[in-house]
Design a protein around this ligand. Sequence first.
Ligand SMILES: [Zn+2]
Ligand SMILES: [Zn+2]
Length: 406
Amino acid sequence: MSRTALSRACYYMRRPHITVAVCICAVLSVPAIRYIESLRCNTFYEMNEPNARATPLQIAPTIPGHVIFDRDSLGWMRRHLQPPPDKPVSASFCLHLLRLYGKNATFQHPTLKTGDTILAVLTNDTASASFFGAPHSLRTTYGVRFPSDKSESGRTALEVDAHRDHTLAVLSELGVPLSFPVTVNNERLSLSEVLKDSIATFHLQQKELAWTATAYILLLPPHREWTNRFGERFTFDQLISELLSRPLHKDSCSGTHLLVALTLAARANDINSFLTEPMRLRLHRFLDAAVTAACETQQADGSWLPTWNRALHESASPPRSATIDGPIDRLLVTGHLTEWLLYLPRQHQPHLSTFERAAKWLQAELVKALPTKDDAVLCPYAHAFGVLQTLSPDMPPALPHPTADG
Ligand SMILES: [Zn+2]
Ligand SMILES: [Zn+2]
């Protein structure tokens, strides 16, 4: 501390009323600044009410054919992929259950009795606080948020979204309309408030973009642009360009969520054109290269390694997962990657044999892995089993019903 600062501190200590006055001013200034900030943001927000679809676009897998599985084996797997009745589960676990079995599913669980109950737990803060130990939703200046940052939420990690806009994206995939009720602080709002908060705080440089993009692709077209709280406008061309620039090997699950978002964009653009022609062509060129890389890197046993995407980023730095290739990592990547392939537009689809080899490997791995599965984790198993259900003609599909169109 400098001599001047020291003598100033001694001066204030001898005059406590000045110290108290300074402290009061400092404390009062924080809420004042927050209030001014909220006024500024509210002004922008109300000027830019997002144009969105009442119900999300539904984009189902397009598969080249069916693979025959042993029904008993699939039934056995399904019995292992249930919410554990005696252990806490996370919001991410709930979202994977919903994706896997749908809103009409029933479960042998004291609280999560049906898919609709899971939906209610995720969208009502009293129910989520009771189930997870802290609420899954949060009222914000701009609407409602399902926080993905633990510091924004509560006391546990269970209630937090694993990825930014994870809940919004999954509910959109399931076809939940924006009018669906979301209750926060006893206030009955709707899912559209969650989209509003997401758009208000959107930025192209946000760390995770795959789930945000998935939600926007399903919820915004035919509208081509949206505006955040600073009045910055964004188009789908900009969003797709940013997704294409992100190295797959640095993203979650070996980049497969980025690939799913890009694939959904290509499919949705065929229904409601929202990309310029140069961007549409660029997107399809990339998908073509990605499918070629996937087919070339499929292992002889039908699986994929976490490093499968290296060929797409040869000049890139070493992949995050370069040294991770345990059985669960390979199960996670193979399940995710095959699921992505199921959504490709028909002109990019690999031969049925690619699916058959992958499915055969996934089935064998699940038989080995499920008896010792960690009850807290569902993701690697859920994507793998979802693929088997979708490819099987005898099982109700895990993902939305396959369609005949592209
Ligand atoms: Zn994943
Ligand atoms: Zn997952």
